[in-house]
Ligand binder design. Structure first.
Ligand SMILES: [Zn+2]
Ligand SMILES: [Zn+2]
Length: 216
């Protein structure tokens, strides 16, 4: 069971934690439309962010390069967030990494704004107690940016369907005979006729040498 350290469940209306990595404080910004604040900082991802096969791990670095702008309806947050995602190739299962950079442009509405009052509660992000929680926006943006089927290389040949060896490290032309195992055993026992051809050649040269000796 996951234990919520703060003891508070995430619910609409609950207070945001101003010290949480993806929570921005708008108090310094003020409410005068046009005022602007730059937010440049590196924080730890509060949880695993991404998709099943590839994600920024919990605790992974997130570089925020954002600006908060006060607008009539609320606070507009725009800029980029960058992180390093890790996962595995969807074909050959080799570990892989990828830098993810997402572009954010999100309006967080003031509680008493027209936007807030006229928009379905699920469809608008809000300023809560002068705080903005970017977590949801970042989670959505990162999920959109990452590939559903990550590949170590565009032409990754994946794994052999028969034995599971990674084709990239298998011998060239790797494949499997579909011969019945009993026939395979017989074939090995009686050898190929090809092994006898060189010995025939050797015999003829040997007899030639023998002839030379006789002539002396
Ligand atoms: Zn691969
Ligand atoms: Zn194989």
């Amino acid at each position: 069971m996951a234990v919520n350290r703060s003891g508070a469940r995430r619910k609409r209306g609950t207070h945001l934690d101003a010290s949480a990595p993806l929570v921005l404080d708008t108090r310094e910004l003020g409410r005068r439309p046009g005022s602007m604040r730059i937010v440049q900082r590196v924080v730890s991802a509060p949880s695993r962010t991404g998709l099943d096969l590839i994600a920024i791990p919990a605790g992974g670095e997130l570089e925020l390069d954002l600006r908060m702008e006060s607008v009539v309806e609320g606070v507009l947050v725009s800029g980029t967030i960058r992180g390093q995602a890790g996962g595995e190739c969807s074909r050959c299962l080799q570990p892989l990494g990828q830098t993810v950079q997402v572009q954010l442009t999100e309006l967080y509405a003031y509680p008493d704004s027209a936007t807030e009052r006229t928009t379905e509660s699920d469809e608008v992000r809000r300023v809560t107690d002068d705080l903005i929680d970017l977590t949801e926006a970042v989670t959505d943006a990162v999920a959109l940016e990452l590939p559903l089927q990550p590949l170590c290389a565009e032409d990754c040949a994946g794994l052999c369907a028969e034995c599971g060896v990674r084709i990239a490290i298998a011998e060239p032309g790797h494949g499997h005979e579909t011969m019945d195992p009993r026939w395979a055993a017989l074939s090995a026992k009686f050898g190929g006729p090809s092994t006898q051809d060189p010995s025939t050649t050797n015999n003829s040269t040997a007899s030639g040498a023998f002839t030379d000796v006789e002539e002396k």
